[in-house]
Design a protein around this ligand. Sequence first.
Ligand code: KG4
Ligand code: ZN
Length: 345
Amino acid sequence: MRVLGIETSCDETSAAVVTGEPGGANARLDSCVILSQDVHAVYRGIVPELASRAHLVAVGPVADRALSDAGLAAGDTDLVAVTAGPGLVGALLVGVSYAKGLALAAGKPLVGVHHLEGHLFGTALEDPAAVPPFVGLIVSGGHTLLLDVSAWGRYRLLGETRDDAVGEAFDKVGALLGLGFPGGPAIEREAAHGDPTRYRFPRPMLHGGQRPGDRDYLDLSMSGLKTAVVLAVRGAPDLETERPHLARAFQDAVIEVVTAKVVRAVELTGRPRVVLGGGVACNKALTSALAAALARRGASLHAPSPRISTDNAAMIARAGLFRAGEAGGSVDADARMPFPGLERT
Ligand code: KG4
Ligand code: ZN
């Protein structure tokens, strides 16, 4: 089965072709085109209306290119999969409307995909071992979720952020440090030559007295850390010279909290592996700290390459293959789409 995936939930316009058996066995990536919108850098954040307009211009050519890179015409595909939510409603509408039109014109079934379920599937396209059972960590600009994945489609929420997503915290601290948007990659670059001993920021929601079952045992929070960075920036004698050290201290605090929560999740569930997804998975300091901490406990880390970490349609096509049996139902853009199969206990 050949699946054309379309992703327009935020600020990347992407299309990809994935081939595999319905359900997902033997899935392989045939092509993937990602067009990142750089217009938002000017405004230091995503402007929803501009995102929708840019998707409108790009979605057709991006889909055509993904098909031609795979050596296909629209009529050669067996299924169209599109991100139906969550995300920016106007941006989602562009992708969903385009996918509906394409599916109708080519006489192909259409399936709606949940963007975050897509992030869980992306890694498996590159790493055949990134399959359930695993602990899933989605760290993107909009979401931070720690999940117990017993099987594809069966998700149990272990922890989530109480305030900002991890990527959002990187973006806000990037802005505070005068690093532009998005903040994540710039902070990682700065932190690489920062002195880890110059500043020390709090580790929110992490202390030794926490026990499994406590509400904050696996949840995360970024707000106290952000406030600490604000105060340190205000007190810094010269932001130019302090920037790498502030970036390093912030990144170290995030890494310590995220690593501790992931290790707790692995110890609690006994899962042998952790699968990462979302833009923050690009952060090499985070992935090496996680890999080392997990290796000490006999577990493995499976992180996607940068292309599959940030938003892309390959993961949407792969999740669409898994959900192929649901094609034919109505597909509508839903900015607050509930995570399918997610149990909150
Ligand atoms: O998954 P994604 O492309 O979009 C959402 O679905 O939100 O994630 C984007 C987020 C941004 O917040 C960006 O700052 C962050 O991923 N990011 C990083 C790095 N590269 C991207 N955060 C930390 N370190 C990085 N190297
Ligand atoms: Zn995403």
